[in-house]
Each structure stands twice: as structure tokens, then as C-alpha cells.
Design a protein around this ligand. Structure first.
Ligand code: CP
Ligand code: NVA
Length: 304
């Protein structure tokens, strides 16, 4: 049984399979061709943080594949009253076929997975957001072809998205140029070495954006870090992705943002709503990649 708890859980070859499946499933969906290999299968989604895209894309995706889903929020389940995550995992995984969790520490997700009888998917933790980066890479490939050998610029906070991009850089063999304010740099997490073969770190965002084929950013304050909002707004004030920053990237550079975005903070309205931005395709692709992911975790390699 496989889980998708972080990007390194899959090999490049498994991702290539998922990308091919995503293309097929997306095309089928666009042509209104029903494809329901997961009839009678149930997805449980556990949310300890808010969500719009993750919830809708998983629920719609599971329905389109013939299955159904249940949502549990901390506030209205026994999780909010202190039931141990191990017990929740034991119970839920006897009743459903696959679980997605959005939570705080990666260790909570790992404890859930260790006690689960069914595959578990990371729907965002403080450390990683692998479903989003999978959708982003699929989106890049759709617009520009292979990402291997390309340069991705990450501007802003060294957060869950940034660390997932770093894991993806090694697997897909692209360069990651990260710009953070000093004091907010990427750090070795949980023994994970910062891979200088793939990572270049800057404190000047213009240097990180220079020559990049993809410029991407995210909110300055991630969920769970709200107490730091005021300090972060000051520290990140010069880190807005704007037209001037896009002008030093490659001529045909794309702009991505996992959303929700704050126009006028981490990205200007001009860039977010501009011609280089592919954020709406990126959001839509969550649906398609996660259908391929659930198919793979539940049924293995399907080629039809
Ligand atoms: N990008 C993303 O995961 O969005 P939600 O927080 O709305 O799920
Ligand atoms: N880094 C953001 C992503 C939201 C989808 C957060 O964790 O809040």
C-alpha cells in the first residue's frame, strides 16, 4: 500500500505515469466521457485548516471517478475534542478506501498514515503541499513541455510550497532559485539536506527571478502562522512579484500561485491577472492530477 505524504514518496517514473494519466483523464472529462473505475469507493477528507480548492477538487474528482466523499472538520468532529489521531486513523480507515488530510505538523499526518489501513494523501501540512506542486508541474508541462533543465524562481516565504518545490527539483531535475528576506531563509528541515545541486538561495528577488522559466510565489503568512502577520508584512514588503520582476525572467516565463492570493502583497494585480499568469489552469489541474493520484493509489497502474 502506498501513501502520498510528501513529494519524495514517488519516483520520477511514477510521476511520469501520473502525468500521462492526468492528460488522459482530463481529456476524457473535457469530452464528457464518463470514467468511473472507483464506483462504491469512499474518500474521507480531514481538515484541520481551511480550504476551498483542495476540498472542491478532491470531492468533485472522487464523484467523477464514480465514488463519494465525506468531509470531517476539526470543529465538528471528535478530533476537536482531543481524540488521538491514531485512533481516528484506525476507525476511519476501516470504513473508507482512501483518506486525504490537511493538518499542521507533518508528524500528525505520518502518525495517521502509520495507523491507516488505506492510502493517505497529504492535502497540505506546515511542511509540504505535494498535490499542489504536482498540479503546478503538470501545468508547466501542459504550457511549455518538459520541466527538466528549466529554472523555477520561488519568491517570498520558505514555506510548505517552497520545500515541496525543492523536493520536486531533484526528482524532475530542474533548478530552483529561491529569494527570501534574511531571517526567513530555507533551512534544513527534519534532517533533509538543502540540495545545493538544485537550489540557489538569494535575498534579492530580482536575482532569483533572473532568467527563470517559471516565477511562483505564495502568501507571506501561511495558515497556522497568523500571529506573525504584522512582522511578515514588514519583512516581505520588497518581495511582491510585479511586472518589473517578471521582466527579468525568461521572455516566455509563466507565473503561478497556488492561491488564495493577495493582490498588492505577494503579487501585483497586473501580474496575477496578466497574460503570463496561468493560475486558473493551475487551480483546475488540482482536479485532474488528484484523479490520477487516487486512481493510482487505489488501482495501481492503469493504462486503458
Ligand atoms: N491551493 C490550495 O490548496 O487552496 P485551498 O487552501 O483553497 O485548498
Ligand atoms: N502556504 C499556504 C498555502 C495555502 C494553500 C498555507 O499553508 O497557508
Amino acid at each position: 500500500m502506498k501513501h502520498f505524504l510528501q513529494f519524495t514518496d514517488f519516483t520520477r517514473e511514477e510521476f511520469e505515469h501520473l502525468i500521462e494519466r492526468t492528460k488522459i483523464l482530463k481529456q476524457r472529462f473535457k469530452n464528457y466521457i464518463p470514467y468511473q473505475p472507483l464506483t462504491d469507493r469512499m474518500l474521507a477528507m480531514v481538515f484541520e485548516k481551511s480550504s476551498t480548492r483542495t476540498r472542491v477538487s478532491f470531492e468533485a474528482g472522487m464523484f467523477q471517478l464514480g465514488g463519494a466523499s465525506i468531509v470531517l472538520n476539526t470543529s465538528d468532529s471528535q478530533l476537536g475534542r482531543g481524540e488521538p489521531i491514531e485512533d481516528v486513523a484506525r476507525v476511519i480507515s476501516r470504513m473508507v478506501d482512501i483518506v486525504m488530510i490537511r493538518t499542521f505538523d507533518q508528524s500528525i499526518l505520518e502518525r495517521f498514515a502509520a495507523n491507516s489501513r488505506v492510502p493517505v494523501i497529504n492535502g497540505l501540512t506546515n511542511e509540504y503541499h505535494p498535490c499542489q506542486v504536482l498540479a503546478d508541474i503538470f501545468t508547466f508541462i501542459e504550457f511549455r513541455g518538459a520541466i527538466a533543465g528549466k529554472t523555477v524562481a520561488w519568491i517570498g516565504d520558505a514555506n510548505n510550497m517552497a520545500y515541496t518545490w525543492l523536493q520536486a527539483a531533484r526528482i524532475f531535475d530542474f533548478k530552483l532559485q529561491v529569494a527570501t528576506p534574511s531571517g526567513y531563509e530555507m533551512k534544513s528541515q527534519r534532517g533533509e539536506a538543502l540540495d545545493t545541486a538544485y537550489l540557489s538561495a538569494f535575498t534579492d528577488p530580482m536575482q532569483a527571478a533572473n532568467g527563470a522559466h517559471l516565477v511562483t510565489t505564495d502568501v507571506w503568512t501561511s495558515m497556522g502562522f497568523e500571529a506573525e502577520t504584522a512582522a511578515r508584512q514588514q519583512a516581505f514588503a520588497d518581495f511582491m512579484v510585479d511586472a518589473e520582476m517578471m521582466s527579468v525572467a525568461a521572455k516566455d516565463a509563466l507565473f503561478m500561485h497556488c492561491l488564495p492570493a493577495h493582490r498588492g502583497e505577494e503579487v501585483s494585480a497586473e501580474v496575477l491577472d496578466g497574460a503570463q499568469s496561468v493560475v486558473w489552469d493551475e487551480a483546475e489541474n488540482r482536479l485532474h492530477v488528484q484523479k490520477a493520484l487516487m486512481e493510482y493509489l487505489l488501482l495501481g497502474r492503469i493504462n486503458s
